[in-house]
Write a protein that binds this ligand. Structure first.
Ligand SMILES: *Cc1c(COP(=O)(O)O)cnc(C)c1O
Length: 393
């Protein structure tokens, strides 16, 4: 099956089928599965034969979702989780133990930051934050007890990028695991495993669902690493519900065409902002713009610029808030990767608890606006942003 194209695999991959000959995959709303006899029950629990036992361990819907994501990411195995954060947490806590050390990019998702700085230290796991833009600092941060490198690229919300080839080589050289949050790029724009990542995580809530309906996540990667993580997940219980797994699996069928449109709308918006709106803006950031600080790297490791555009309005915090208030179509909500265009102002919301210096260290200026570019007609997206820029001036 894996010689087929990704777009086809996302639609056709499904090795587990019921005997009812249904065409669309049904939702398997069942907590447990029946054994043929006592011997089969024994063998399944002993891991001698594969099969679904209990939906906390596996379910045909989560299996299908995992199977497709493994094919898209080029991974050997995976685990579906109840949220993106459940996946990130399992990928860290399922391996790291007391005395271990983690090297992590400073530019990580807000809740990931809380896990690294507030939760893992409770269990004696230490960390060193490194600057995504300063590769030399990464090797200097590695200690004998370092077990893992964690990074997000491009980062949320600052769109900072880290060289995956460099990280892959660094982790191999020091024999430590490389764990990448690939949520922003999706497997259609970036394949971290190709560069040596051992674990890749996604918030399925974002582009994978793509329509803002459900919370979920997934981790995929090397079989032996996933096996260790599965032990942790199976017994700590962050399983994805069959219904959400069904939804995400179905959504994967349209991920490729949705991403094409997200990307073309995002590129058009970024180009329009840079070409015509600089009287209102300090800067525009989009990986496929020539002015993007890491343009060469973006061209090397990503196959598109993705669907997120950032810009900094002149006039700082107040102008940023005025801009949001003046939008008439774009949604003010905390999600991203939705068919609806979403605008957020990180300095007054998600990152308001950080000091201004800490915000700047992860590229969050006071006037930074993050746009998750949706699937509406690009002229309507541009018209709304144009009038909000003008009326907030
Ligand atoms: C949203 C997000 C997460 C967390 O995912 P949830 O599904 O909200 O738990 C993790 N990483 C990134 C980059 C995200 O955008």
């Amino acid at each position: 099956m894996s010689d087929l194209h990704k777009e086809t695999l996302a639609i056709r991959a499904q090795s587990e089928r019921s005997s009812n000959r249904e065409h669309a995959v049904p939702v398997y709303m069942t907590s447990s599965f029946m054994f043929e006899d006592a011997e089969q029950a024994r063998a399944m629990f002993a891991d001698e034969i594969k099969g679904n036992i209990y939906t906390r361990f596996s379910n045909p819907n989560s299996n299908e979702f995992v199977e497709k994501m493994c094919l898209l990411e080029g991974a050997e195995d995976g685990i579906a989780t109840a949220s993106g954060m459940a996946g990130v947490f399992v990928s860290l806590a399922g391996i790291l133990k007391q005395g271990d050390h983690l090297v992590a990019s400073r530019a990580v998702f807000g809740s990931t930051h809380q896990v690294i700085t507030m939760l893992l230290p409770r269990w004696g796991i230490t960390y060193t934050y490194v600057d995504p833009a300063d590769p030399d600092s990464w090797e200097k941060a590695i200690r004998p007890e370092t077990k893992m490198i964690f990074a997000e690229t491009p980062s949320n919300p600052g769109l900072d990028m880290i060289d995956l080839e460099f990280l892959g080589k660094l982790s191999k050289k020091h024999n430590i695991l490389l764990n990448i949050d690939n949520c922003f790029a999706t497997p259609y724009a970036q394949l971290p495993i190709k560069y040596g990542a051992d674990i890749v995580s996604h918030s399925a809530t974002k582009y994978i669902d793509g329509q803002g309906r459900a919370i979920g996540g997934i981790i995929v990667g090397r079989a032996d690493v996933i096996k260790e993580l599965r032990f942790f997940a199976r017994h700590s219980g962050p399983a994805l519900s069959p219904f959400n797994a069904w939804l995400f699996s179905k959504s994967l069928e349209t991920l490729a065409i949705r991403m094409e449109k997200h990307v073309s709308n995002a590129f058009k918006l970024a180009t329009w902002l840079e070409d015509t709106q600089m009287k209102h803006l300090e800067s525009v950031k989009y990986p496929w713009l020539k002015s993007y600080p890491q343009y060469e790297l973006a061209q090397k490791q990503m196959s598109s610029g993705g669907g997120m555009v950032c810009f900094t309005v002149k006039g700082g915090l107040e102008r940023g808030q005025r801009f949001l208030n003046n939008l008439t179509m774009c949604s003010l909500t905390a999600n991203l990767g939705d068919s609806r265009t979403i605008a957020t102002h990180p300095a007054s919301t998600t990152h308001s608890k950080l000091s201004k210096e800490d915000r700047l260290a992860v590229s969050i200026t006071d006037g930074l606006i993050r746009i998750s570019v949706g699937l509406e007609h690009i002229d309507d997206i541009i018209a709304d942003i144009k009038q909000a820029l003008e009326t907030s001036a």
